[in-house]
Write a protein that binds this ligand. Structure first.
Ligand code: ADP
Length: 274
């Protein structure tokens, strides 16, 4: 098992257990198939609260599938996923897999925020409203409260002077920074980042990574990151998991994985991206 936590697994069963050192995300023997193709194979891993874990590996090795399972955009064929001690998909009871109710899933889902490769902003809404919309409609915040939160976050991503613009009036990098603010506005416990710079022109990548680096280093948010930006991964990660064909073949600190990889597939992969 790739265990990024120093604690024992048993301590994570309590939903109240949120202090640093507790387990926030837990995959147990998760298998995901598309037709005959097994994309994730009996996968076990854990992410401790407050840690930043980066998933690396060749294209098609199953990294995005993990994030999509956490977003409940997909469901596993086997195994269980827990977030903050609560089952996200199936719960194992007396050896049987039982589906939790939709309301339960919605509540657990609120703990998770995601930024996608393509920013998926609402094109007909200005920046401020893009960031306010979900806190008002999903969390039930008052407009004033949501606006205050949105303005703080837009400042955090360095776009205060663009509050009144529409997405089409912004560069790709600026749009992605709005998407980051929008995800954070929901105050997720874990932020999923899926190749968030890979659709950007090269000159816009650094600005987005700088914002994310600041957030990673200045907040206590837990992050699960899929990226090919290895120097960013090295800067922000507490642990790096190397995937190949739906399995974690090697894991450890960024120093270990990037400087002293053990597995031939890791060495080969790193030689293509470093
Ligand atoms: P990675 O993020 O490591 O590039 P993915 O998780 O996106 O890998 O994909 C893993 C494999 O699953 C790939 O072979 C991909 O083609 C396949 N796959 C992903 N989503 C679907 C889908 N909705 N239907 C069929 N196959 C899929």
């Amino acid at each position: 098992m790739a265990d990024t936590s120093a604690d024992s697994a048993d301590s994570a069963d309590s939903a109240e257990c949120r202090a640093a050192g507790s387990e926030l995300v837990r995959f147990d023997k998760v298998t995901k198939r598309f037709g005959d193709v097994t994309v994730l194979d009996q996968l076990d891993f854990r992410v401790e609260t407050g840690k930043h874990v980066t998933l690396i590996g060749p294209s098609g090795s199953g990294k995005t599938t993990i994030l999509r399972l956490l977003m409940t955009l997909l469901t596993p064929e086997e195994g269980t996923i827990k977030v903050d001690g609560q089952y996200l998909t199936h719960e194992e009871r007396d050896g049987k897999l039982v589906k939790p109710g939709e309301r339960h899933v919605r509540e657990v889902r609120k703990k998770i925020g995601m930024v996608f490769q393509h920013f998926n902003l609402f094109p007909n809404m200005r920046v401020l409203r893009n960031v306010m919309e979900a806190p008002v409609h999903v969390l039930g915040l008052s407009k004033d409260e949501a606006e205050e939160r949105a303005k703080e976050l837009v400042e955090l991503v360095g776009l205060t002077e663009h509050l009144d613009k529409y997405p089409s009036q912004l560069s790709g990098g600026q749009q992605q920074r709005v998407a980051i603010a929008r995800a954070l506005a929901m105050r997720p416990q874990v932020l999923l980042l899926d190749e968030v710079t890979s659709a950007l022109d090269p000159e816009l990548v650094a600005g987005v990574l700088d914002v994310l680096r600041d957030i990673a280093l200045s907040t206590d948010i837990t992050m699960l990151v899929v990226t090919h930006e290895m120097s960013f991964a090295r800067d922000i990660s507490d642990a790096v998991l190397m995937f190949d064909k739906g399995k974690i073949i090697e894991s450890g600190s960024p120093e270990k994985i990037f400087s002293e990889p053990e597995h031939d597939r890791t060495k080969e992969f790193l030689s293509t991206v470093l």
